[in-house]
Design a protein around this ligand. Structure first.
Ligand code: XMP
Length: 608
């Protein structure tokens, strides 16, 4: 091997690929390996990292993977599940139940090369149900973790055996919310493994251009262009790799776009000079028909994804482009969240990963040049390709658009009175210490916990509090109460007492209302100079009547993140929020405006 390299064993955790990206940031090559790979496959590496995993039953008790790796004379490090496996293999014990979600403080209890250059207390990111309770005789504890100001201490957040050269972190140093995770990974890869940095990102673009040419092989590409960052960067890449007549763009107005967005996208693509062969179709009716009466988020997502392909195929026939390959700006999180690696759980089926597209991929009919990248890397690549800065800076917008920001219901509460009461009685005493009140809402939204999909209820928080208190109260609830995965904070009005779920599906009326509300929020962000500071700000409508008012509850979800794999709520100025809440409450259909204070995990960025 030309480069010194590290193997990342993919146990199916949401962040396995991210570990490889973070290693490559140190200019060390990292390659993904499967747990059952033969031992010879690990021979070229100067170190091994074991990823997290959603699947304890497959790997927990009997741990059916190639344990021969432990006989190799190279440093091995595990994160989360990988940490637990290392602890167990060398005589430690792992138990179920000591869950931690989101931000925690890491208290470094013993100096070690892994923490060279770091403070005694570091912010780290947790996502686990299980934890290490005991370590084997050759190991020492390097750090423990504490969640929130009054939280209890969890032991063995970091462990090491320098004699064996085996190391483990309970938290995820690879996610951006572990503030100095890059340094910790660098200390392992460059320091402990002794890898020499030689790999560069510069060649990536050239390699991709070559790859596209090879795959397309003289044929042509019909690219679905939403106007978002990913598909626009993909369009530029195709233009560099292919002759102009080999690229056709199709913008589908699915009726789920933001206010006036499709018209602007078509204008922009034409102006950029990449749209000589630009086609446009208004397919709002097709999407509405496909979504009629659907309530469950995964069914909605699949209906939207399938409709994209039906419309695409119809247009290809109409334009006599049937022999073209389907081009998509799919990025890595689209595949991992759809359960796209061998063991990953399906958190959400992204629109560009429905089964029909998987079949087309298997048949070699799809070309996706960005599929290894995260948003931040796509933006880098876009810069190199000369994509204008304002376009690169646009907030990400999901392919299924507003379709996954309108919660739907058949009118029945998601929890019956008894179940709701049981959760409520756990929530009430926990919130007293924060001087907050809470109401468990009879709806459900999608989240992610320990690499698994969750579909659970939100809690509405009410009362005066600063951001630290709100986020800490949310963290306490997530840690202590099962069945909830979000906390939202009421932005106006008294503490609500009565919630009635209203039967609702995706309709033009609801979409139009959401478009208006969304436009108010975007306009507020721009006017207050906050658009660039926030990574994304979904606005969600949930069909809930509050104390007899309205038929919708509106939730603002501004977040900060770098790659979208983890996220923290963005703390917007109160003045802006009060202004937005007042404008939104002026719509008679809306009875409550709230602010999502949930980190990812346990919530996801989008609600469905
Ligand atoms: P979640 O909600 O999973 O979202 O935390 C992570 C990021 O992915 C976007 N997203 C999608 N993007 N097709 C897309 O192109 C999809 O089906 C899809 N679902 C979520 C989401 O907006 C966020 O930026």
């Amino acid at each position: 091997m030309v480069h010194d390299a590290v193997a990342v064993v993919d146990f199916g955790g949401q962040y396995a690929h991210l570990i490889a990206t973070k290693v490559r940031k140190h200019r060390v090559l990292a390659e993904i390996r499967q747990p059952e790979d033969p031992i010879e496959a690990f021979a070229p590496y100067k170190g091994i990292i074991l990823s997290g995993s959603p699947s304890l039953s497959a790997f927990g008790e009997d741990s059916a993977y190639n344990k021969g790796i432990y006989d190799l004379d190279v440093p091995i490090m595990g994160f989360c599940f990988g940490h637990q496996e290392i602890a167990k293999h060398y005589g430690g014990k792992v138990s179920h139940g000591q869950q931690e979600w989101g931000r925690a403080d890491l208290h470094i209890t013993r100096e070690h090369a892994l923490f060279a250059g770091l403070e005694p207390v570091e912010q780290v990111w947790m996502s686990h149900f299980d934890s290490v309770d005991e370590i084997g005789p050759e190991f020492v504890e390097l750090a423990s973790s504490v969640l929130g100001a009054n939280g209890e201490r969890h032991r063995y957040a970091a462990i090491a055996s320098d004699a064996l050269r085996r190391y483990g972190f309970q938290y995820h140093p690879e996610v951006d919310d572990t503030l100095h995770g890059d340094e910790m990974i660098g200390n392992f890869v460059l320091g402990i493994c002794g890898c020499r940095p030689s790999w560069t990102m510069e060649r990536y673009l050239d390699e991709q251009v070559e790859r596209v040419r090879r795959q397309v092989d003289g044929r042509s590409v019909f690219l679905l262009a939403s106007g978002g960052v990913d598909s626009t960067v993909a369009a530029y890449l195709f233009r560099r790799a292919l002759a102009p007549e080999q690229l056709h763009l199709l913008h589908i107005d699915n009726g789920l776009m933001r206010k006036d967005e499709s018209a602007e996208v078509v204008r922009m693509l034409a102006e950029l000079g990449i749209g000589e062969n630009l086609h446009f179709v208004d397919a709002g009716d097709d999407f509405l028909a496909a979504l009629e009466r659907l309530v469950e988020p995964e069914r909605k997502r699949k209906a939207i994804g399938n409709t994209f392909i039906q419309v695409f195929e119809r247009e290809a026939r109409r334009l006599h482009l049937e022999s073209h390959l389907l081009g998509q700006g799919t990025i890595y999180p689209d595949t991992i969240e759809t359960g796209g690696t061998k063991r990953a759980d399906t958190i959400k089926t992204h629109h560009n990963r429905v089964p029909i597209i998987e079949e087309m991929i298997a048949a070699g009919k799809v070309v996706e040049p960005l599929v290894d990248l995260y948003k931040v890397e796509v933006r880098d690549l876009g810069e190199k390709l000369g994509v204008p800065a304002d376009l690169i800076g646009r907030h990400p917008f999901p392919g299924p658009g507003l379709g996954v920001r309108l919660l739907c219901s058949d009118g029945a509460p998601a929890l019956d009175g008894e179940a709701l009461g049981a959760v409520q009685s756990q929530v009430d005493p926990l919130l007293e210490q924060y001087r907050l009140k809470g109401r468990v809402l009879p709806l459900k939204s999608v989240g992610v916990k320990a690499d698994l999909r969750s579909y659970e209820s939100p809690v509405l928080l009410h009362g005066e509090a600063d951001w630290d208190t709100l986020e800490e109260a949310a963290g306490t609830l997530f840690k202590s109460v099962s069945g909830i995965n979000r906390c939202i904070w009421s932005l106006a009005g008294p503490l609500p007492e009565r919630f009635e779920v209203v039967a609702a599906s995706v309709s033009r009326t609801r979409l139009d209302l959401l478009r208006e509300v969304d436009a108010i929020v975007t306009e507020g962000l721009l006017r207050h100079g906050l658009y660039g500071e926030v990574w994304q700000c979904p606005v969600v409508l949930a069909p809930l009547k509050v104390d007899g008012r309205g038929v919708e509850c509106c939730i603002l979800r501004p977040i900060r993140t770098e790659r979208g794999m983890t996220a923290t709520p963005a703390r917007l100025p109160m003045a802006m929020l009060a202004e937005a809440a007042e404008a939104i409450l002026a719509f008679p259909a809306i009875g409550l405006v709230a602010y999502d204070v949930t980190s990812k995990p346990p919530g996801t960025i989008e609600w469905e």
